[in-house]
Design a protein around this ligand. Structure first.
Ligand code: ADP
Ligand code: ZN
Length: 435
């Protein structure tokens, strides 16, 4: 697989650290000079940009949080004059009020490089036909993937999301080789293509799927239904959009674009930096951004960083799939539950009886929290009346009780009855907020 910018992606780590320190120092200075809130926070800690003498000094700097982006909405965290801001994007607002990010021309340039690295890592080049089925607009997915595909010189088909039958028709007629969309939409496209009996007309080679959590089971299902190699891509609006980290063909963690972002793992409760390999909250410092550089931004995503050298030759650290977000945590009858834990139980039990399509519904009845898990059975299960639905439901209920310590109602539902998403999937419905 070609490497788009080997001089960066395979950089000697000592060199990389030197580059990171220089860029970090420049970014801290930029924020200190241009962002009043940041300057005040530094002053409160008795720090000036000159106190950043080594990469280890990063740990002294104040954090930035999502709440800051809300409090200083829309422009107070920008570190470039508005005349230099050429684009605004916004978070999809999965959690709470919308926030915005501003980009300068150089920022868009960096972003295109970051996504071009991802595309090249999937084997895409100027001969490829890249269909971008992420939503275009304020959401970073569409325009982010688009910029990278243009950068490598591929032929871009900007379908945006939705209108599934037309997506499929174009995919076949125009000979799409690379598909970019959310994993849930890829699942849906795959199902529909197979229903229409069109799989053998596809020319797909690889897909780049991200913007939401997905499991290895989903990866298998997507690879099988679309006949491609499925790569994971991670990003968030606050830091840039898709391409903050990208998966190579080893499919074993996503390389963080470390010449642009410095990752740290902290203890979400104490804010303490954790040692290499620990599991905790992922924090990013942008070191090239001009429009809205962020120092120590707390992503709320929980994961691990793997510093072992990857077999692909890239030296950038790999982040393992985020296991959930600190703010995804549900408190059900006083017990802390991450949706990803429920998903793990489903995977463990799954066999060939259930599919990775599920939905978690939390409610409050007579002042007691209730947890219902709907999960689609497989076509195979549906046609197989020997195995009883009840037995499988009970198995899942027992597993949930022993893993999470809480009771739940589990319902095996018919294939394709859980609503499909064209963007990010809605896995959790918490009706308690309505009461
Ligand atoms: P919102 O916070 O409104 O959903 P974004 O579109 O910026 O806005 O979403 C960024 C978040 O999406 C990340 O913080 C992370 O939780 C999730 N995410 C993005 N890519 C992935 C991925 N490949 N795997 C798991 N989660 C992801
Ligand atoms: Zn690799």
């Amino acid at each position: 697989m070609a490497i788009f910018q080997p001089e960066k992606e395979c950089m000697d780590r000592e060199q990389l650290k030197k580059l990171q320190l220089e860029r970090l120092q420049a970014t801290v200075k930029r924020c200190y000079d241009n962002v009043a809130v940041f300057r005040e926070r530094m002053n409160e800690k008795g720090l000036t940009p000159d106190d950043v003498k080594s990469l280890a000094d990063l740990a002294k700097l104040p954090f930035t949080t999502k709440q800051d982006l809300r409090d200083y909405y829309p422009y107070e965290l920008f570190a470039a004059p508005m005349k230099d801001i050429v684009r605004i994007q916004a978070s999809s607002g999965t959690t709470g009020r919308q926030i915005v990010a501003g980009y300068t021309r150089n920022d868009l340039d960096m972003w295109a490089d970051a996504m071009a690295r991802q595309l090249a890592a999937t084997g895409a080049d100027e001969n490829s036909v890249v269909q971008v089925s992420y939503g275009y607009g304020l959401f970073t997915g569409g325009l982010g993937a688009h910029g990278g595909a243009e950068r490598i010189g591929a032929t871009v088909i900007p379908t945006s999301s939705g209108n599934t039958e037309r997506q499929i028709r174009l995919m076949i007629e125009l000979g799409t080789t690379h598909l970019c969309c959310t994993p849930s939409y890829a699942m849906y496209l795959g199902e529909t293509i197979n229903e229409m009996g069109l799989k053998d007309q596809l020319k797909l080679k690889a897909g780049i799927f991200g913007a939401e959590p997905w499991t290895e089971d989903m990866r298998m299902a997507i690879q099988e239904s679309l006949g491609l190699v499925a790569h994971d891509v991670y990003g968030l609006t606050e830091i840039m959009g898709p391409g903050v980290s990208y998966e190579c063909d080893k499919q074993n963690g996503m390389h963080v674009n470390e010449d642009m972002f410095i990752p740290e793992i902290i203890d979400p409760d104490t804010g303490e930096v954790l040692p290499e390999g620990a599991f905790g909250e992922l924090v990013f410092t942008t070191i090239t951004k001009e429009g809205m550089p962020l120092i120590r931004y707390r992503t709320r995503d929980l994961c691990t960083l793997n510093y072992e050298q990857c077999a692909c030759g890239r030296t950038f650290v790999r982040m393992l799939k985020p296991a959930g977000r600190t703010d995804d945590m549900l408190i059900i009858r006083g017990v802390n539950v991450f949706p990803s834990q429920i998903e793990e139980v489903l995977l463990k039990v799954s066999g060939d009886e259930i599919t990775p399509n599920y939905q978690i519904i939390v409610d409050r009845v007579n002042n007691t929290d209730t947890l219902d898990v709907n999960v689609e059975m497989s076509e195979k299960m549906l046609s197989d009346d020997v195995r009883s639905v009840k037995a499988i439901e009970d198995k899942i209920v027992n597993q949930l009780r022993s893993t999470l310590g809480i009771g739940a109602k589990v319902h095996l539902v018919n294939p394709k009855t859980i609503v499909r998403s064209e963007g990010k999937a809605k896995r959790v419905i918490d009706n308690r907020k309505l009461h």
